[in-house]
Design a protein around this ligand. Structure first.
Ligand code: PMP
Length: 402
C-alpha cells in the first residue's frame, strides 16, 4: 500500500529531521549530552506527586479523578493559575484559562485556530522548533519576526500581500527563549504590540521558561503590557501559553492558555474535537503539588540551574577558540553558540559524537528557512558540573581542530 499517495498535503510539511535521527543515538552512557532541552529528573518533586496521586485516588475523589471531565480543565487548577497570572500582571478569570496537554498542545490548537494554508506566521529566525512543527501542519508561510532590526509593519504586510497571504500571528518566547536563551526587553515587547496592532494579527506568547529567571530584572509578559494599555483582557490580542513542564514535571503534560474569551471558547471546541480534555488525575495532582510547594520548588530549581549555567559560561570562556560567540542567558536552559561563517553544525555534531562523544543540537533545525548552519544550541539544565566542564572542553578542542 502506497500510503504516502493518500496522505493529506499537510503531511508533506511534517518530516522527521535528520537531526532528530542523530539525536536518537544519544542514549549511549558515554556521551555527554547538551542536546535535550529537558529538566533534570532528579529535581522532580516526586514525593509530592506520589502523595498527590494517592489523595486524588481516594474513594471520595476517584470518580472525579478517573471519569470524563470538562474540556476547559479542572476548576481548582484554573483558579490557581488565575492567582499566579495576577502576580505577573495578567489579571484574568477562570473563563480566560484553558488547561492543555502541555503547552505544545496549545501551539497546535493555535495553529489550527488561526492558520488557513498560505497564511503568514511571523516567527523568530531562530525559533522553537516544536512551534514550527506544530504550525507546519497548517501549511503557513513564514516571515522573519525581527524586533531589533528596522523592519516596519508595512514591510511585513507588503511581503504577505505579494504572496497573496495575510499575517495571522507573531509567535515568540520572550523570556530565555528556546533556542537562544535571550530575553526580549520591554521596548521590544512594546514594539511587538505596536506591530501586531498595525498588522491586526494575534500574538502568541510562549512563556515556557518565564519562571526560570536566575538573575537580572523580570520584564512583564507581553500580555501584561498589553493589558496595561487596554484595561481589559477582552481587548487583548495576545494569547499567553504557560506550562508546568519546566517547573514541576513534563511527564504529567499539563499546560495552559490565557486569552480573551472568544479565543478560549474556540480553543475549547478544538479540544473537544481533539482529546475531550486533559487528564483529570494529572490536573488534580499538579494542582495539589503546586499548592504544596510551587514557589519553594522553583526556588530550588533556580539555585541548581543557575550554577550549571555559570559553570557552562565559564567553561565556554576558557575553552572556545577565537571567532566563536555565545549568549549569556539570565534564565532558562539554553546557551546559543554562533561559529564563524562556513561552519556546519550538523557535520560538527556527527564528528563530535564520533570523536569527542559530546552532543548538542545543530542550530539549523530552529530556522524556518533552514539557515543558521553555523549555530548550535547547548543545554545546561541536565548535566552535572563535571560533565559540563569536560563536555565544553572537548567541544572547544573539536572546534579548534576544524
Ligand atoms: N515552548 C517551548 C519554548 C519549549 O521549549 C517547549 C518544550 N521544549 C514547549 C513549548 C512545550 O512544552 P510542554 O508541551 O511540555 O509544555
Amino acid at each position: 500500500m502506497q500510503f504516502d499517495q493518500i496522505f493529506s498535503s499537510r503531511n508533506a510539511r511534517m518530516k522527521a529531521s535528520e537531526i532528530r535521527e542523530l539525536l536518537k543515538l544519544l542514549d549511549q552512557p558515554d556521551i555527554i549530552s547538551f542536546a535535550g532541552g529537558i529538566p533534570d529528573s532528579a529535581l522532580f518533586p516526586t514525593d509530592e506527586f506520589a502523595e498527590a496521586f494517592k489523595n486524588a485516588l481516594t474513594p471520595e475523589r476517584q470518580a472525579m479523578a478517573l471519569q470524563y471531565s470538562v474540556s476547559e480543565g479542572y476548576m481548582p487548577l484554573r483558579e490557581w493559575i488565575v492567582g499566579e497570572m495576577a502576580k505577573i500582571g495578567i489579571v484574568c478569570d477562570p473563563v480566560n484559562v484553558l488547561i492543555t496537554s502541555g503547552s505544545q498542545q496549545a501551539l497546535d490548537y493555535l495553529g489550527k485556530l488561526f492558520l488557513t494554508p498560505g497564511d503568514t506566521a511571523l516567527v523568530g529566525w531562530p525559533t522553537y522548533l516544536g512551534a514550527l512543527a506544530a504550525f507546519n501542519a497548517y501549511e503557513p508561510r513564514y516571515d522573519r519576526l525581527s524586533l531589533k532590526g528596522k523592519r516596519t509593519a508595512e514591510s511585513y504586510a507588503a511581503g504577505a500581500a505579494e504572496a497573496g497571504s495575510a499575517v495571522k500571528f507573531a509567535y515568540l518566547s520572550p523570556d530565555f527563549a528556546n533556542p537562544t536563551g535571550e530575553t526580549l526587553d520591554r521596548t521590544c515587547r512594546l514594539q511587538l504590540l505596536e506591530l501586531a496592532e498595525v498588522l491586526g494579527c494575534a500574538i502568541i506568547e510562549d512563556a515556557a521558561y518565564q519562571s526560570l529567571r536566575y538573575d537580572g530584572e523580570a520584564v512583564p509578559p507581553v500580555l501584561a503590557l498589553e493589558l496595561e494599555q487596554k484595561g481589559s483582557l477582552e481587548d487583548c490580542r495576545t494569547v499567553y501559553c504557560g506550562t508546568f513542564s519546566k517547573t514541576l514535571a513534563p511527564g504529567v503534560r499539563i499546560g495552559w492558555a490565557v486569552a480573551a474569551k472568544p479565543v478560549i471558547s474556540q480553543m475549547v471546541l478544538l479540544k473537544q474535537a481533539a482529546d475531550l480534555h486533559t487528564s483529570t488525575v494529572n490536573q488534580m495532582a499538579v494542582h495539589a503539588v503546586a499548592e504544596a510547594c510551587f514557589d519553594a520548588h522553583v526556588e530550588q530549581l533556580h539555585a541548581v540551574y543557575q550554577r550549571r549555567r555559570d559553570v557552562m559560561l565559564a567553561a565556554l570562556e576558557e575553552h572556545m577558540p577565537e571567532g566563536v560567540d555565545w549568549t549569556r542567558p539570565e534564565g532558562g536552559m539554553f546557551v546559543w553558540m554562533t561559529m564563524p561563517d562556513g561552519a556546519d553544525g550538523a557535520r560538527l555534531l556527527a564528528r563530535s559524537l564520533e570523536t569527542e562523544k559530546v552532543a548538542f543540537v545543530p542550530g539549523q533545525a530552529f530556522f524556518a528557512d533552514d539557515s543558521g548552519q553555523n549555530t548550535m544550541r547547548l543545554s545546561f539544565s541536565n548535566s552535572n558540573h563535571a560533565a559540563i566542564k569536560e563536555g565544553i572542553a572537548r567541544l572547544g578542542r573539536l572546534l579548534r581542530s576544524v
